[in-house]
Design a protein around this ligand. Structure first.
Ligand code: ATP
Ligand code: MG
Length: 766
């Protein structure tokens, strides 16, 4: 091997360097956020390759596919093309690949389908119905998470039924049949030749447990194993890593117990703590310097996490500028919160010459995104959303993919049900119900019934029998081309012959046009996949089964288009893990939202929410801004909200309670379409480094002191002229709701039309 220059090692601190160059033996890197854990992993691999370690023998497990791709890219720039032979990806994508290669040992076809969450829930729904259980008691999502948790703890249905703690929980929730549902669910997936996300981990464990020769093979292949975000591994992942590294012992894990935020999915902080027991001769590296954030942000984050009783004490400091305090934006309503945040973003862009990609808005739950989307759109700020309804979950995409799935794996019941009557071919629900009942009765799948059972005995009439025959024929007609055509050509052939293209093209509505564009986007993705595979020298043709292998594991982040690069990012705190942005807006900091409602129930849950808060704040490089609304719509009603306890938990010397913010500023400029940048009014603080801010005079149209007694709510009527302390004069256009939640829509002369909750908005009759 050619000796590559190791100049890249110069970008490391002394401790980091030690953690990079000592790559033999078990290693634990435990350190706070932004201390370079991911950087250490990346350089450790680069350094190995520079030393001549074979890239095929390195397995690196990351939290997202995007993180893996970035890591690979970085290593490539340092040591060149051989980086592409590294085994790098999420647990799910790597072990899906291994399971395909070894599928026959588990009685699965190598073309097994990966059921996504929606597929899993659909299967569960039909089981709950089939068992005549009450759907209100056996809520699909809750049943699914029980089963998922069981799988991630390697609890099989039989064990589940005999584990008294699990049985007790289910009994307490009046759901004694979960073990039975679980069993049926496993059978149904198996009969469909499908694995769900959790099966990918569970079945890898089964494979390694029951086939020592296979385990041995992979132990020999993976001489070095590295895991990022180790604090969020669950039992199933922990055991996979432990078994694989048994022979060589070259396991390097990096993590931060303070960032463990997935215990609701079965992640175990104990995995970090147990490392010393599993590998007594381990090397430990503690990184104490934070290279990401300002001193204020690091100190503020430390003051938050100090409130948790369960934690490994660590030092964490920043040598960067002190930086600005964390600003707190108070909004009257959730809508106003959106405007305030959007206003602040354009303000910072203008003042600090930033780009859109420097900003992220982080929220606790996906549902919160809409208000910020609206506000950003109004200000013409481009944004992208991670999570929510992903591209691959859209109906037209799922329909197309279902065709491909069924063609590759006829047993895939979920794909079958999706497309048997799409595009419409006159196959009704009754027909499908007959087929499903027959499939259950014969412990088989829909395809087998359709093609092998005497359909008249199953309850189908002549017309239906004919249509089912045609459908089966259509699916079979593609068989001979699967492995001879290229992926793109094949998919296009299917879309055309199945009538999907015609169906979408005929719909000239806006939604129809956008569905067609989405389909085109999917085809672009297939083409791209083909080109990438070609480039890495894979044998031609690159066929559709290859594309399908991973499609269920793709997320929006993986399909990011180049034009999406320079946009504000919107995502949940969970999906922001490991990422960094110059400016962070952490929104909806209210009790029962963040921390969430559930967390008031137990200390452990509250501590997990607090770790989540710590993760959020530590994403910021330069500024972090927190916002909350005093009222918010919940199920159509305006309800009042209490600021989150977490705000008060931050050491107050790092907080800028921006109490006298000019709410009229950003909202009025938004509603009038104007572009006033600096109407937001921040008090300069002693430890603020960027002292020169352009603060425009507050547009006070009427002296605030003129407001004496606010009007009693009951005195107000539509049509009245009123005065508001910030928005000035206006006229009441509408009043709705009942006391104390009455809201008024007021057309203000300068600030535009606003809907206000009267108990907060002190209006004076003029
Ligand atoms: P998290 O806990 O959030 O995942 P982390 O510990 O993985 O954080 P990194 O993402 O690796 O931290 O590093 C944080 C930032 O600091 C990155 O921008 C990285 O490039 C930078 N950084 C890390 N080490 C150094 C260093 N020695 N010199 C300069 N910059 C560094
Ligand atoms: Mg990291």
């Amino acid at each position: 091997e050619r000796n590559v220059s190791k100049e890249f090692l110069e970008g490391l601190s002394e401790v980091q360097l030690q953690a990079v160059v000592n790559y033999n033996g078990p290693t634990l890197v435990i350190a706070g956020a932004g201390s370079g854990k991911t950087r250490v992993l990346t350089y450790r691999i680069a350094n190995m390759l520079a030393d001549g370690v074979n890239p095929h023998s390195v397995l690196s497990l990351t939290f997202t596919n995007k993180a893996a791709a970035e890591m690979k890219e970085r290593i490539k720039t340092v040591v060149g093309e051989k980086a592409k032979y590294l085994w790098m990806g999420t647990f799910h994508s790597i072990f899906a690949r291994i399971l395909r290669a070894e599928a026959d040992k588990l009685g699965y076809p190598s073309t097994f389908t990966i059921y996504d969450t929606a597929d899993s829930r659909s299967v569960l729904k039909s089981i709950i119905k089939e068992m005549n259980l009450d759907e209100q008691v056996y809520k699909v999502n809750e049943v699914h998470s029980r089963i998922s948790l069981a799988k991630n703890n390697l609890v099989t249905p039989a064990v589940y039924a005999n584990t008294s703690s699990l049985v007790t929980i289910d009994a307490a929730n009046r759901r004694p049949r979960i073990a039975d549902i679980y069993k049926k669910y496993m059978q149904k997936c198996y009969l469909s030749g499908a694995m769900d996300f959790d099966d990918l981990l569970l079945n890898t464990n089964v494979l390694f447990r029951d086939h020592p020769d296979v385990l041995n093979k992979y132990q020999n292949i993976f001489k070095y194993i590295l895991v990022d975000e180790y604090q969020d591994t669950n039992m199933a992942q922990y055991l996979i890593v432990k078994k694989l590294s048994e022979q060589h012992g070259n396991l390097c894990v990096v993590g931060d117990d303070a960032q463990s935020i997935y215990s609701f999915r079965g992640a175990k902080i104990e995995n970090i703590l147990n490392f010393r027991n599993d590998y007594p001769n381990y090397q430990l590296f503690k990184l104490e310097q934070n290279y990401r954030s300002t001193q204020t942000i690091v100190n503020a984050a430390n003051s938050i996490i100090a409130k948790n009783s369960k934690q490994i004490k660590k030092k964490s400091f920043s040598a960067k500028d002190p930086g600005e305090r964390i600003k707190v934006l108070k909004a009257y309503t959730d809508q106003e919160e959106g405007f305030l945040v959007a206003g602040s973003i354009s303000d910072i862009i203008y003042r600090e010459h930033r780009e859109y990609l420097d900003f992220a808005i982080l929220y606790r739950t996906n549902a919160q995104s809409r208000i910020f989307e609206d506000a950003l759109r109004k200000k013409n700020i481009p944004y992208k959303i991670y999570g929510g309804l992903s591209f691959y979950q859209r109906k037209e995409i799922k329909d197309m993919v279902a065709y491909l799935r069924l063609i590759i794996n006829h047993n895939d019941d979920e794909a079958f049900k999706r497309i048997v009557n799409y595009p419409a071919r006159g196959i009704g629900d009754t027909t499908l119900t007959h087929l499903e009942q027959a499939a259950v009765a014969n412990a088989t799948n829909l395809w087998t019934i359709t093609t092998q059972a005497p359909l008249d005995k199953v309850g189908l009439k002549g017309g239906a029998i004919k249509k089912m025959g045609e459908f089966a024929q259509l699916i079979q007609s593609f068989q001979s081309a699967i492995y001879t055509e290229s992926a793109y050509d094949f998919a296009l052939m299917v879309a055309t012959q199945a009538g999907i293209i015609k169906d979408l093209k005929e719909d000239k509505t806006n939604e129809g046009v956008s569905r067609f564009e989405n389909l085109e986007q999917l085809f672009n993705g297939i083409k791209e996949f083909e080109e990438n595979a070609k480039e890495s020298g894979e044998p031609l043709p690159i066929t559709i089964d290859r594309f399908l292998e991973n499609v269920a594991l793709l997320t929006d982040a993986d399909s990011e288009k180049p034009e999406d690069k320079n946009k504000v990012s919107l995502m949940t705190v969970h999906s922001a893990k490991g990422l960094e942005f110059k400016h962070i807006f952490l929104v909806g900091l209210e009790e029962n939202l963040f921390p969430g409602q559930m967390s008031s129930q137990s200390q452990d849950d509250l501590e997990e929410e607090r770790r989540l808060f710590y993760v959020a704040v530590t994403r910021a490089e330069i500024t972090a801004t927190i916002s909350y609304a005093q009222s918010r719509y919940k199920w159509g009603n305006i309800t009042s909200c209490v600021p989150s306890r977490f705000i008060k938990e931050i050491d107050s010397s790092y907080i800028d309670w921006n109490e006298d913010s000019m709410f009229g500023g950003s909202s009025s400029s938004a509603s009038s379409g104007g572009n006033s940048y600096s109407t937001q009014h921040f008090k300069p603080k002693a430890n603020t480094i960027s002292a020169q801010r352009t603060v425009a005079p507050t547009p006070q149209h009427h002296p605030v002191s003129a407001i004496t007694e606010p009007a009693d709510m009951s005195e107000l009527e539509v049509g009245m002229e009123v005065e508001h302390e910030r928005f000035g004069f206006g006229k009441i256009e509408a009043l709705e709701g009942s006391a104390p939640e009455i809201k008024a829509t007021v057309a203000f002369t300068v600030a535009g039309t606003k809907t206000l909750l009267l108990k907060f908005a002190k209006l004076r009759i003029v």
